[in-house]
Unconditional design. Sequence first.
Length: 116
Amino acid sequence: MMDYGKFRFERDKKDKEAKKKQQVIDIKEIQLTCHIDTNDFNTKLNHARRFLIDGNKVKVIVKFKGRQVTHLDIGRELLSKFEESCADIGAVEKRPMLEGRAMTMFISPAKQTAAK
């Protein structure tokens, strides 16, 4: 026979220890428009780089308004430029995909950056 209260206490204690050791990765979101200016793009890029250095995943979204949806190549170029700029600290987890009026791409932190 065993004391059930003691058993529960020990089990909860083990669960808390396991929770302390796990690493939590958040998904941060960066929204761009298809006709973004250079300085605005650099600002968003710096935010994304900071998120990746902190060990978070980044979801990059290019939103299309009105008839801009017909020019998907502009959005793909923008996302590829974003990918090249973040290549040293992150890798593309999910390639750009069109979802409704937005094109999304996921970038995850590189292994050495996440360890820091």
